[in-house]
Write a protein that binds this ligand. Structure first.
Ligand SMILES: [Ca+2]
Length: 168
């Protein structure tokens, strides 16, 4: 009898925790809408994304995933503008890298829109927004919660005014 009671309490507690998680998940994101201007939630991709500004703009094959926020498109190493994912050894590193590898899988085509506000690059890498299958990788990383916004660059980035960034 006592065991049955414990089981019931245990199951109830589990259900409450799940319920709370569900609530948190639904309220922590802007529900049922895309933050990158696309209208096809939950995919949030646009059929023909275009570059903004006059800095580098090219389409090439995804060649290598370095980590969540860095990848090679063709022979160019890209550091994603405005977003930061955990470094190797930090919690979330693997998840972020896998997310990027799934959205922009090696061998697929990606559009690179260099940040006109950061054409000096970052440690030899081109700072850019990358689109894969029409989806904005930078925006999707932020939306997934696997990356954080680097507000320091909101003051210079070409993309700071776009709603997906969350820049103030
Ligand atoms: Ca640009």
């Amino acid at each position: 009898m006592a065991l049955a009671l414990i089981l019931v309490i245990g199951i109830s507690g589990y259900a409450i925790i799940n319920y709370n998680n569900g609530e948190a998940a639904s309220t922590s994101r802007s529900a049922d809408s895309c933050t990158n201007g696309a209208a096809n939630y939950p995919t949030c991709s646009s059929p023909n994304p275009e570059c903004k500004g006059t800095a580098a703009c090219f389409t090439d094959t995804v060649a290598y995933i370095v980590d969540g926020d860095t990848l090679d498109v063709g022979s160019t190493r890209i550091r994603l503008a405005l977003v930061n994912t955990p470094e190797v050894g930090q919690p979330g590193y693997t998840e972020a890298k896998q997310f990027t590898a799934q959205l922009c899988h090696v061998g697929s085509q990606a559009l690179v829109d260099e940040d006109d506000g950061q054409t000096g690059g970052s440690y030899g890498r081109t700072v850019a927004v990358v689109y894969c299958g029409g989806a904005n990788l930078n925006a999707e990383l932020l939306r997934s919660g696997l990356a954080v916004l680097v507000t320091y660059y909101c003051g210079v980035s070409e993309f700071a005014s776009e709603s997906w960034t969350g820049c103030p």
